[in-house]
Design a protein around this ligand. Sequence first.
Ligand code: ZN
Length: 391
Amino acid sequence: MGGGTAIKTGTRGPMSPPRRSPRGMFCGLWAATGIIAAVAGPAPVLAGSTLSAWRVSPDRGIELRTAPGTPVRAYYEEGRQGAGPRIWFDLPGAPLRRRSLTGAGLLQEVRVGKPDEGTTRLVLEFQAGFQLDPRQLRLVGTSRDHWRMDLRQFPPRSLPILGEGDMDSPAWAWPAQAAGNSRPPRPNPVFSRGQGNMAQSPLPRLGRGRYRVVIDPGHGGPDPGAVGIQGLRETDIVLDVALQTARLLQSRGVQVLLTRTSEVDMDLPPRVDLANSSQADLFVSLHANALNMERPDVNGIETFYYEGGLSYGLADALQQRLMAISPGTPDRGARPGRFFVIRRTVMPSVLTEMGFVTGGVDAPRLASRPYRRQLAQALAAGILSFLTQSS
Ligand code: ZN
């Protein structure tokens, strides 16, 4: 269970992480400016690092997931001469490469470095002038592989949502994709009947960084969205599919911004603001439908757009591919809808309902990992074809 680790105060010298490292993109990671900077990229777990994932969460804390039983040391350094205070964590094993992520609000930057060949160092650098009280900083082991440090001394909404890797699962399930391999996943015998090939064909690779896509997993945190058969929750489905879709798109050169990467509460306006301020090329909101438990006969997939034209084209492209991997469920079509997130976004925008969590046909599929992978593959294929055809 770990117990608490008092934070050590660092001094400038060999222990100090480099004050400046090149800012910018890491492998398709794309941190937006503004309150929300949510990213999902390849796992940082590569190479020998024992740091599997980390996350700055909106409830004002930093969480780490490590290899089980890993010792973690936390350090603090006060700000000086125009530089903000810093917190950093040292873990055994070196990361594959150094990288930095641009923060937002009071969090200026996060860096992953290797002070030596045997250490991973995660550095959080805060805004100059912000006074951090180190007596309130305590790193607590919450399980054999999870750590948390409260950052409640920060004002509400002063920290972005930022992170790498998956806080909950032991590993990413996409080694072939992460390595840039274009091999599509093996067709699943249950779900690849009919014209399932559409979403199974290899995805095109686009010019790196040429396109920006916002993916919005609906609901989150205290709002689970629809809850269906055997407790199947919309929020879990859409987050999983969104993360997988993001990874597929990133592996094809598309910059992806997720409105959330974990179970957090997020209102609708910030999702729209994020999309609009990021000048993204398109916006896709992911949802699942529900009726009630007495109506397992109601199933189907539908994709909404607010305005015709490009949004309709995107809706149609996604709807067709989703239907191609979902034989037997009704095609409810690409249709007009007035949802806030598609009405207020300025780029081509759609909201897709990927089936009914209360449906006898849809629910078992939505609960299955292979089908969710196929959903991600279908969405990525539809988005990529839309991007290549509309430009
Ligand atoms: Zn929903």
